[in-house]
Design a protein around this ligand. Structure first.
Ligand SMILES: Cc1cc2nc3c(=O)[nH]c(=O)nc-3n(C[C@H](O)[C@H](O)[C@H](O)COP(=O)(O)OP(=O)(O)OC[C@H]3O[C@@H](n4cnc5c(N)ncnc54)[C@H](O)[C@@H]3O)c2cc1C
Length: 409
């Protein structure tokens, strides 16, 4: 293992590997990524892989767009498929106001050159015949997004970064980080590493790793469920893959998975996991499903997608998801007192935004300023004094907001 590097990246999920990749693309290859177990062992392995162009704020769209672009480039560079299904997405308007807000996004997408249309119920029915459009006001359509395979994508990023000279050490937990002179000293299971820069891409584990430095970063984990159905005859009968569908009223996303559906739910009463610290013996296991909590959402979904009501449930995954108090990632320096300590943690849609966020951060590290102006994700925005109680209340609000646009609340 390298023992002296320009950059040590802690965490080998999609975000850490994206950062390693982007640093290498920008010429920083004296780098080492340290992963506790295997690449994707955190939340990445069980994610649905939805990778949309639709951000909750118009400004965030650039991170979403940058992610699909990054993964496709990593696929080309590495020769490793990312499993991209370009199904497009429909975000249905459940109120007139929502439709108005969708129209407000049009100019931003035009500037970015991303296809985006506000469409009527007739288009929804034509593209996704399983959606019952009664009571809908059309949808925002992003026809060129879709979903990737999160594990393959992470491995494509890692392979491409390694081809450029970056190094990766797996089965290598970081035990502590300290500042010695003008360097960072990283104590790992496999020995000590001296680094000029550290990038914290360890998701909710980042909170504990930074506590000994006197840092109080508001990163906590909720449980998050996704369900996969058996074959749905209406889907199996189609000769194309239906677009992903997102619905603020049901508070769910749904996409096609083989000949069935994959559904993700944002619950009204989110449940936190391991607030007293992530168990030391946690590997990459899932939690027992708690379907009672999902029922109010599933009942609404059965009305909106009647074919779902008839489908058998094949798999339920309940895994940990990282949150910040405003639901946005923490990127960049944490404060003025910890030089060369960079945050890339706090992702609840890290597949959707990881690649673009890494590009944003790597430019900041290499060129001294981020790729574009996006203060809503700057890591120093919370200060050091957010109490656990305050953070959890704010996270609950974000989680239960689901797909409601901030302006629509
Ligand atoms: C059921 C479910 C479905 C989801 N679906 C989607 C989706 O469709 N689209 C989407 O965008 N997002 C989705 N997500 C969220 C997504 O999984 C996460 O946002 C994303 O995986 C976060 O990536 P990450 O790299 O920040 O974190 P992680 O993947 O958790 O990676 C952090 C890494 O740090 C490592 N680590 C921790 N501590 C140490 C240490 N001390 N030393 C070394 N390494 C360490 C861990 O082992 C881990 O590999 C879903 C989440 C769940 C639970």
């Amino acid at each position: 293992m390298k023992t002296d590097v320009q950059v040590a990246v802690v965490g080998g999920g999609i975000v850490g590997c994206s950062v390693l990749y982007w640093l290498a693309k920008l010429g920083w290859t004296d780098t080492l990524l340290l992963e506790r177990r295997n690449l994707t062992s955190g939340s990445t392995w069980h994610a649905a892989g939805n990778t949309t162009y639709f951000g909750p704020y118009a400004e965030m769209t650039r991170l979403f767009a940058g992610s699909i672009r990054t993964y496709q480039q990593a696929e080309k560079d590495s020769g490793q498929s990312i499993g991209f299904h370009q199904t497009g997405s429909l975000r249905v308007a459940t109120t007139k106001r929502e439709r108005e807000l969708f129209h407000e996004f049009e100019a931003g997408y035009k500037t970015l050159g991303i296809p985006y249309h506000v469409v009527g119920n007739d288009v929804i029915s034509a593209l996704h015949p399983c959606i019952n459009t009664d009571g809908l006001y059309g949808a925002a359509q992003t026809p060129t997004d879709g979903h990737v395979d999160p594990s393959s994508t992470t491995h494509a990023l890692a392979k491409a970064a390694k081809q450029l000279g970056a190094a990766i050490e797996v089965q290598c937990p970081v035990h502590s980080i300290s500042r010695v002179g003008d360097r960072w000293l990283v104590q790992t299971e496999n020995g000590q590493v001296s680094a000029q820069h550290i990038v914290m891409a360890a998701s909710f584990w980042t909170r504990e790793l930074l506590q000994p430095l006197g840092l109080n970063v508001p990163l906590y984990a909720t449980q998050h469920h996704e369900l996969i159905t058996e074959t749905v005859p209406e889907i199996a009968a189609l000769d194309y893959e239906v677009p992903a569908y997102r619905d603020s009223h049901v508070s769910c996303s749904m996409r096609q998975e083989r000949d069935g559906f994959l559904v993700g739910i944002y619950e009204t009463e989110p449940v936190f996991w391991s607030l007293d610290g992530i168990p030391k013996d946690f590997k990459e296991e899932l939690f027992p499903p708690e379907t009672d909590r999902l029922m109010p959402h599933l009942e609404k979904l059965m009305t909106r997608v009647p074919a779902f009501a008839e489908a058998g449930i094949k798999t339920i995954n309940n895994g940990p998801m990282c949150w910040t108090p405003d639901g946005l990632p923490m990127l960049g320096p944490i404060d003025g007192k910890h030089p060369d300590l960079w945050m890339a943690s706090g992702f609840n849609v890290g597949i959707g935004t990881g690649g673009g966020s890494a590009e944003f951060l790597a430019h900041w590290m290499v060129h001294g300023k981020p790729l574009f102006d996006l203060p809503i994700v700057h890591a120093d925005r919370f200060g050091n004094e957010v109490s656990t109680g305050q953070a959890l209340e704010a996270i609950k609000e974000c989680y239960r907001r689901g797909y409601r646009l901030p302006e629509a609340i």
